[in-house]
Design a protein around this ligand. Structure first.
Ligand code: TYD
Length: 140
């Protein structure tokens, strides 16, 4: 996968004087069936989460509260997405190296994924990731 497969999805926003509401549903606003959600919170200043890629997993990342940067690298190009609104979801396909950093105080990162947790699906070694991307583009 390349960075052009990454998508910043504008989610529905139901404006209401009582408070706004947003949502997403499998196969409607997001392009996969949700099998797991998890969230990252209470991140101390300066800490970095992620620092890995997935062989198969796809995710949508939402800043439910506060802000943070998602740094994506496809083996050729790097791009930074600053998430700071709860009505945007960042779709990240498989085989993209990703880090999440620059968390604000009280930031809440909410992530929907298309598979249960599986450590075997992680690529945690950066050089292994680079090698796998090189092999894929050489058709190996
Ligand atoms: P990890 O995905 O490495 O965190 P991050 O990418 O945010 O830095 O997960 C950290 C640990 O949490 C990992 O060792 C296993 C556990 N974990 C689960 O048990 N289930 C999950 O759904 C996730 C995302 C992590």
């Amino acid at each position: 996968m390349r960075l052009n497969e990454v998508k910043l999805l504008e989610l529905p926003k139901i404006l209401d004087d009582r408070g706004n509401l947003s949502f997403f549903e499998s196969q409607n606003q997001i392009p996969f069936d949700i099998k797991r959600v998890y969230w990252i919170y209470d991140v101390p200043g300066g800490e970095v989460r992620g620092g890995h890629a997935y062989k198969d997993l796809q995710e949508v990342i939402v800043a439910l509260s506060g802000s943070f940067d998602v740094i994506l690298y496809d083996g050729r190009e790097e791009r930074k997405f600053t998430l700071n609104r709860s009505y945007y979801g960042l779709y990240v396909p498989k085989m993209i190296w990703r880090s999440i950093e620059n968390f604000s105080t009280n930031a809440l990162a909410f992530i929907a994924a298309d598979a249960p947790y599986n450590e075997a699906d992680y690529i945690r070694d950066y050089n292994t990731f680079i090698q796998m991307k090189a092999d894929a583009s050489n058709g190996i």
